[in-house]
Design a binder for this molecule. Structure first.
Ligand SMILES: *Cc1c(COP(=O)(O)O)cnc(C)c1O
Length: 458
């Protein structure tokens, strides 16, 4: 099986290539040439598997040229050893809400689920044998810590994490800046997450620089992250035991909800994927009007979703325009040159077959956190709250599973202001985040980022 680019179908890459590169040459995103579709009988066979067994069966379809099933099985075992529960995730009932808790990993956010596997894949694929790999990643708060936890002290791997200065929660920042060893560099960029992501993309597109530092990426545009996230859509379906399942997904870069879209393509009977956004509502706007136009980022109480350029949307676009790579290139070109692109009515209808989008503002998010605590004595984080809010707002959709994306401790200040409750660190956060923080501040500039990275590699 090969991988190609959303902007050039003629390109052919192996899983190892796309794993390492993250972004396709010319700026497109990678997609697989085949997507395995399970029929009813095959789905039935997956029904009773444990989370780890299921993960092996699903992920194997995308990397079988590079990893044997047995190797993958032990890699997944190892990856999920340090999760709070054996089953990795947990489907919880709160009245009529089905909440899928994905924050039982070492850094308390769903990013751990993919990142732990990725850390071990770097080792398995022997990409850092003999020469060091430099991973550069942008984070809106949670990817960075998950990547650090997965790649800390790995031989021949350096990790550079760019986060928007002063625009993430203090607990998010402390987890990133206190746990890393000597191969970890935290960079606070004076700008937004979109600025950080733009810098990373531009460094990738600079072949000289990319080759010079043997650069690799683990942002949610890396296909392997999406692959690991497909698993819990299947798992929820088997545990909920309802046909016509839907999901409400707190969304920023469109990676998590896109994994649900691929699960549907793989034969999972998903009705709707509900895109929950905060006031950074580009996805809500594109789904209702067809116009994809990034605005200035508005800081919110769900900072991991403070994103206007939802990169993975390009992967949906590819299918929505009938797998026409020229059309995708044209639209993305418009975005760069004019600052927006527009979809026609047919394309909007195509998106609406699978997706709904709901915007939840900060005030409503706070109210939801308070109400859920009043009703169930259960604390949720502000991102998860947007998912619950969106699920409650849509009409006529049943059996919705809300994706719980972060542990509330990561957003203690917001939780306290909404409920008056002061949360303590959960025991599975094994790190001591009261240590001295280590990070450097740079301007929002490619050349400063390049100089910084090079200065550390001397
Ligand atoms: C990353 C993140 C999101 C958004 O996920 P995307 O894949 O970027 O859409 C939502 N909530 C939390 C807590 C996150 O860390």
């Amino acid at each position: 099986m090969n991988y190609f680019s959303t902007r050039d179908k003629s390109l052919k890459f192996s899983f190892k290539d796309i794993f390492l590169r993250g972004l396709a040459p010319g700026g497109g995103l990678f997609l697989p040439s085949e997507i395995k579709k399970f029929n009813r009988a095959e789905l039935n066979d997956l029904n009773t598997l444990s989370y780890k067994e299921l993960a092996t069966e699903i992920i194997f379809n995308f990397c079988k040229d590079e990893v044997s099933k047995n190797e993958l099985k032990s890699l997944i075992q190892k990856s999920y050893n340090n999760f709070k529960n054996e089953e990795v995730v947990n489907l919880k009932k709160l009245g009529d809400i089905n909440l899928l808790e994905l924050y039982n990993g070492p850094t308390l956010a769903f990013k751990d689920i993919a990142m732990q596997v990725i850390g071990n894949l770097y080792e398995h694929l022997k990409v850092a044998k003999g020469k060091s790999v430099n991973i550069v990643v942008a984070t809106s708060g949670d990817t960075g810590s998950a990547a650090i936890a997965a790649l800390n002290n790995r031989e021949n791997i350096n990790l550079f994490v760019l986060h928007p200065h002063n625009k993430i929660s203090s607990t998010q920042r402390k987890i990133m800046t206190t746990i890393g060893g000597s191969n970890i560099y935290n960079i606070a960029v004076r700008g937004s997450f979109d600025d950080c992501q733009k810098i990373v993309k531009e460094l990738f597109n600079d072949d000289n620089f990319r080759l010079k530092i043997n650069m690799s990426g683990v942002n949610s545009i890396n296909w392997s992250r999406i692959v690991c996230q497909i698993v819990y859509y299947f798992y929820s379906y088997f545990r909920l035991k309802k046909n016509n399942i839907s999901f409400s997904v707190p969304t920023g870069n469109f990676g998590d909800v896109y994994a649900g879209y691929i699960a549907k393509k793989m034969g999972l009977p998903i009705n709707k994927l509900i895109v929950a956004t905060n006031e950074n509502d580009i996805l809500e706007r594109v789904i209702s009007t067809g116009k994809y136009k990034p605005e200035k980022v508005k800081p919110s109480i769900s900072p991991s979703m403070d994103i206007q350029v939802a990169s993975n949307f390009e992967r949906l676009l590819f299918y929505v325009v009938g797998q026409d790579d020229k059309k995708v290139s044209l639209l993305m070109d418009n975005l760069t040159k004019k600052g927006f692109f527009k979809l026609d009515q047919n394309e909007i209808q195509e998106i609406k077959k699978d997706f709904e989008a709901v915007k939840i503002d900060d005030e409503t998010t706070r109210l939801i956190i308070k109400n859920i605590n009043d009703e169930f004595k259960f604390i949720i984080d502000p991102h998860t709250a947007t998912g619950i809010g969106a699920a409650r707002k849509v009409k006529g959709i049943e059996n919705i599973v809300v994706i719980g994306t972060a542990h509330p401790f990561k957003f203690s200040d917001t939780v306290q202001s909404a409920t008056g409750i002061n949360l303590e660190a959960p025991p599975h956060l094994k790190m001591n985040i009261d240590k001295k923080e280590k990070f450097d501040i740079i301007k929002n500039s490619n050349s400063e980022a390049k100089d910084y990275i090079l200065s550390k590699l001397l």
